[in-house]
Design a protein around this ligand. Structure first.
Ligand code: TYD
Ligand code: MG
Length: 458
């Protein structure tokens, strides 16, 4: 038995130190060091990976042209939204980390994926969280009756690897990586050393056998997958399953993808029959909109490469506090404060004594400034109690001078708005150059400053 030593490991990035330290010099997080014992022979995952690649053979560089892309060997999951996020299906030998808050629907998504891929292929579902009985009841609720799905309730990663060798499945799901452990490492399951070691072993297995492996990882309260940096480096693809648990919508986002674009998202809705694909997110996000009500504006944002129309709502009320409240859901609050200041300074809007509430309908979080114009106009609309033209869609970033700035891919956004029946599209003047011709009933209104917008939509 090899010598046991202890070390302090940062639980956020995996940095190791012989002594306890308060602040990690690598990732700057505080109080993240935990003492872990490790056996001196435990191999460094990077060394493992390197050996897996070489596989003990002589090193032969290959001509680029002789390497196939292997795209034809991708396995489709039967879920269009999921395939798109993966970059066109599951790549053989890839390892995909599926992260997200507990209860968001990761296990459900994996189970539903099985329904599509198991037709003819053997899937091994390794569960360290739920008993086979629980999995069975979920599967039958989701209508999965498949003889090619095998369940293994196991947390010892070595047994999991043995099972994979014996069974040679076509796809493996490990739910979750935080419950797996390797006996020779003494720290608890879920610690950085265990998570990293187990993932590295799975990676080695995936590369050698060509079996794609999905690894589920819970997100810690800081919003990161345990040992995030270490894991992100090891795996091929990181998918993040996001959404508010109080809303039905879920977005599957590729955060890293060695086999596809990271701009792709899949939109789902959680129902009593499991996750349903949302083929046209815009329709869903606009479905509950009340037209002709003040404080509501529609904009087109990009979620990955897809344009999505969303409704922005604003409520402006007289404040009974000396410092008025500004409550923003679904958008950057500092950006909103900036928009309020621009409205005050450039349009003379009287907002200093008003509480302002902003909400992005449907529980989405928008992280691009192209929604600025819609938010500013929704605020103004509610303050003046004038409804915005219900057939108008507002696109544009606002600068401190009140100027309306160009947004990326304006054509794509405009096309989506037209597709959903919007007839007046307000867009930055600078984007007009790249705009194709539109049908006669559609008006494109190029604007350069917010004071031009007011007259066109209110
Ligand atoms: P789950 O997949 O267990 O989440 P995770 O693996 O990410 O922790 O999903 C849990 C939630 O999903 C749970 O609160 C119940 C809900 N759910 C439905 O609403 N409908 C369904 O058909 C299923 C299976 C789950
Ligand atoms: Mg689960």
């Amino acid at each position: 038995m090899s010598k046991i030593k202890t070390q302090f490991v940062c639980q956020s990035c995996g940095y190791t130190s012989p002594r306890w330290i308060g602040k990690c010099p690598e990732c700057n997080s505080w109080n993240s060091f935990v003492e872990e014992t490790s056996t001196a022979s435990a191999e460094h995952p990077r060394a493992l990976g390197a050996r897996a690649a070489r596989n003990g053979e002589a090193i032969h560089p290959i001509r680029l042209s002789e390497i196939g892309t292997n795209d034809e060997a991708r396995i489709t999951t039967g879920i269009v939204e999921f395939d798109r996020t993966l970059g066109g299906g599951i790549m053989p030998g890839s390892i995909v980390l599926v992260g997200g808050d507990p209860g968001i629907g990761k296990s459900t998504l994996m189970m539903q994926m099985v329904r599509g891929i198991s037709l003819g292929s053997k899937t091994l579902y390794v569960s360290g969280e739920e008993s086979p009985r629980q999995l069975k009841s979920r599967a039958s609720r989701l209508g999965i009756e498949n003889d090619n799905l095998y369940i293994l309730a196991e947390t010892n990663i070595e047994s999991v690897l043995d099972a994979m060798k014996q069974m040679t499945p076509d796809v493996v799901i490990v739910d979750s990586i935080q419950t797996m452990y390797r006996p020779m490492i003494e720290s608890a399951p879920g610690s950085v050393s265990q998570v990293r070691e187990c993932t590295a072993l799975l990676m080695q297995m995936a590369k050698m056998s060509g079996i794609p492996i999905f690894v589920i990882g819970h997100v810690t309260k800081e919003g990161m997958i345990a040992g995030p940096k270490v894991l992100e480096h090891i795996v091929d693809t990181v998918l993040q399953f996001e959404g508010e648990r109080t809303h039905a919508y879920r977005i599957l986002r590729a955060v890293k993808n060695r086999y596809g674009s990271t701009n792709e998202i899949g939109v789902f809705s959680m129902t009593s029959q499991g996750l349903e694909e949302v083929a046209n997110p815009s329709e869903v996000f606009l479905s509950e909109r009340r037209t002709n009500s003040s404080g509501s504006a529609v904009t087109a944002v990009l979620e990955g490469t897809r344009p999505v129309l969303i409704e922005v709502q604003a409520l402006v009320t007289h404040s009974s506090y000396s410092s008025p409240q500004r409550t923003v859901t679904g958008y950057d609050s500092r950006r909103t404060a900036m928009l309020v200041a621009v409205l005050q300074k450039r349009l003379g809007a009287k907002l200093a004594q008003s509480d302002i509430f902003i909400n992005i309908a449907g529980g989405l979080f928008i992280d691009e400034p192209a929604a600025d114009l819609a938010i500013a106009m929704a605020i103004l609309s509610n303050q003046l109690e004038l409804a915005i033209d219900p057939t108008a869609c507002l696109i544009g970033e606002i600068g401190l001078g009140g100027e309306v700035r160009a947004v990326p891919q304006a054509e794509v956004r405009v096309a989506e708005a037209i597709k959903l029946g919007f007839q007046h599209i307000v867009l930055p003047r600078a984007n007009m150059k790249s705009m194709p011709k539109v049908a006669e009933r559609i008006t494109l209104r190029p604007v350069a400053h917010i004071d031009e917008v007011r007259a066109t939509v209110l």
